[in-house]
Design a protein around this ligand. Structure first.
Ligand code: ADP
Length: 510
């Protein structure tokens, strides 16, 4: 019954606490991951746009040259050398006319000869054919050829078709010194795009040689793409500060940490709640045990008193000796009843913290001796053999005599109640360090380690085996502990199942 209600409560709590936590955590983690991913996507798109702009810009530069060359072809009075000066990096322009198979060089720097140009043309014949077809439909396209090493320098070749006024097509090949071109044309644009946020680097892919960089960086590259017109070069973009993805990652970890802490706190709360509920249920059970055992304890002496009083009242007993015996029983049972009622009253006083102590200066020996003296009748009566050793007569302490006696009686009473074959109680007082102590030792049934932790709890009784038959309310030790606490003292137990128990009360010497 008790277990099933605990299990039910745990199940309900599980559904209302653990399940929502699990669902919350799952969605939270999922969300965090999603956020991180979408931020990284946005970042990637941004970087791609930057590289695209640089490529687009270099395309525009070359297209503007293409237009001018076309115009020059139609207006021959324009100076080629003046035009090429405006395009640093474009070291030579070779124009091949289909009509007369002539090759014209626009600069005077004799970078390359006719044969080499013819060779390049034949190597790229199909590309040229395609470019011509584009031109025929009015589309001016630039097409890079493979890089060429000329006079020890690496040149990028760019081809396009121009048309003169008569509609005759010529193949135009630009010989571009990529270093100079990038430094002169692309560097300013790269710098502008990089601003304060990025580091943009153009480098030669084969050797990783940097041609131009807007700043130095040792960060890992975020995005790298080849250049359209200089295919053996690449543009790389790095971030100067933490990338959005990294910021997101950091936030993700922070959120993860907080989620973890939150979940841990909730779980801890869950465990604490379960423990409290278990305790409460246990207490409720102990209380109900208490009511039934107390009722039983009260009913027995009451029945005896009632029976013997009635017998005496009806004057049925003639023998004086018998009468005396009956009076004795009535008196004994009344004092048992008184004890039970006192215990309950004391306990309720302690519970409501109403019990006020009246301390007086006395030795521990005095009060213990007194207690055993008044209790010796019971010990003898029950056939107990007891031994007293007193070694604490020289220290006076402030003690509430009545309360302290009650504490000792509870212990001696238990020693008697929970002894079976060996009916022996040893009482010893002494001094140790800055304390005086009193030990009450029995050779009774003993208490398991597990139960030892709980015997000072109110209403707790060891309920295993035959023990339950011993009358009691589970209050004696709880009252004793309260009294000892009220004296700023300490009570502990040393016990072994089947061998006996020793209760040790110690009080500080002030
Ligand atoms: P009770 O009225 O049941 O004796 P107590 O609070 O005095 O209540 O003791 C609590 C429980 O501790 C007892 O029910 C008993 O199981 C155990 N106990 C107390 N004293 C002893 C002892 N000297 N030997 C064995 N068990 C003991």
């Amino acid at each position: 019954m008790r277990n099933s209600s605990v299990n039910k409560t745990i199940a309900i709590l599980f559904v209302v606490i653990i399940l929502p936590i699990a669902i919350f955590t799952f969605f939270q983690l999922d969300n965090l991951k999603e956020n991180e991913k979408s931020l990284a996507d946005v970042q990637r798109q941004q970087l791609e746009t930057i590289i695209f702009s640089i490529n687009q810009y270099s395309d525009d530069v070359m297209k503007s040259l293409l237009l001018k060359l076309e115009n020059i072809a139609s207006i021959p009075s324009l100076s080629y050398s003046d035009l090429l000066k405006k395009y640093p990096g474009v070291d030579e322009v070779a124009i091949y006319r289909d009509l007369d198979e002539s090759v014209e060089f626009l600069s005077q720097n004799s970078l390359i000869g006719r044969e080499e140009v013819m060779e390049i043309l034949s190597q790229n014949a199909s590309t040229i054919q395609k470019l011509k077809e584009y031109k025929n439909v009015g589309f001016s396209k630039l097409e890079p050829f493979n890089g060429h090493s000329i006079k020890g320098e690496n040149y990028n070749l760019l081809a396009f078709i121009i048309k003169d006024l008569q509609g005759l097509q010529s193949v135009c090949i630009l010989f571009i010194n990529s270093n100079i071109f990038i430094e002169n044309f692309l560097a300013p644009t790269m710098q502008k795009l990089a601003a304060d946020n990025y580091v943009i680097t153009a480098y030669y892919s084969e050797t990783d040689r940097i041609v131009f960089a807007t700043d130095s960086t040792n960060e890992q590259s975020l995005q790298t793409m080849p250049m359209w017109l200089l295919p053996d070069h690449e543009i790389q973009v790095n971030l100067k500060r933490d990338s959005a993805a990294e910021v997101a990652k950091k936030r993700y970890h922070l959120n993860l940490l907080w989620t973890g802490i939150l979940v841990a706190v909730l779980l801890l709360g869950f465990v604490v709640i379960i423990r409290n509920i278990k305790k409460e249920i246990q207490l409720a059970q102990l209380k109900s045990d208490f009511v039934s055992s107390v009722s039983h304890e009260i009913r027995t002496p009451l029945a005896l008193i009632n029976m013997f009083a009635e017998t005496l009242m009806l004057n049925r007993v003639k023998d004086e000796q018998k009468k005396l015996e009956y009076y004795e029983i009535i008196s004994k049972e009344t004092s048992r009843l008184k004890n039970i009622v006192n215990k309950i009253l004391n306990f309720s006083q302690l519970e409501s913290k109403k019990r006020a102590y009246t301390f007086e200066m006395m030795t521990l020996d005095e009060v213990v001796k007194d207690t055993i003296g008044t209790y010796s009748y019971h010990l003898n009566d029950k056939g107990f053999d007891y031994e007293e050793k007193y070694n604490a007569s020289d220290v006076k302490l402030s003690i509430d005599r009545e309360a302290f006696m009650e504490a000792i009686i509870n212990l001696v009473d238990n020693a008697m109640k929970y002894s079976e074959e060996v009916k022996r109680v040893e009482i010893e007082t002494g001094k140790k360090d800055k304390e005086v102590f009193v030990k009450i030792k029995d050779y009774g049934i003993g208490i398991t380690q597990k139960d030892q932790q709980m015997i000072f709890d109110k209403f707790f009784r060891v309920t295993k085996g035959e023990l339950y038959k011993v009358p009691g309310a589970g209050l004696g030790l709880s009252i004793t502990k309260n009294i000892i606490d009220g004296h700023a003292g300490n009570i502990k137990i040393e016990s072994e199942l089947g061998k006996g128990s020793t209760f040790i009360i110690s009080l500080p010497i002030k």
